[in-house]
Design a protein. Structure first.
Length: 64
């Protein structure tokens, strides 16, 4: 089993995560301040949504 796909995925995730910090550091800071004011259950719901969306995208790619 090759680690190449995992390293590529990790690289893409780091690129995507870095874009907001590069394009708008001030806006990213404001967003983090607003997110820190949400309660834990709301943040868990947001996290669950993103995990399920990611799982769905992987499923779509793997089945086609």
């Amino acid at each position: 089993m090759s680690l190449e796909p995992l390293v590529v995925v990790l690289g893409v995730v780091l690129i995507i995560e870095g874009v907001p910090w590069f394009l708008s550091p001030r806006g990213t800071k404001r967003m983090l301040i607003e997110l820190s004011q949400l309660n834990d259950s709301s943040l868990r719901g947001i996290g669950l949504f993103f995990m399920l969306a990611g799982l769905f995208l992987v499923y779509l790619v793997k089945t086609s």
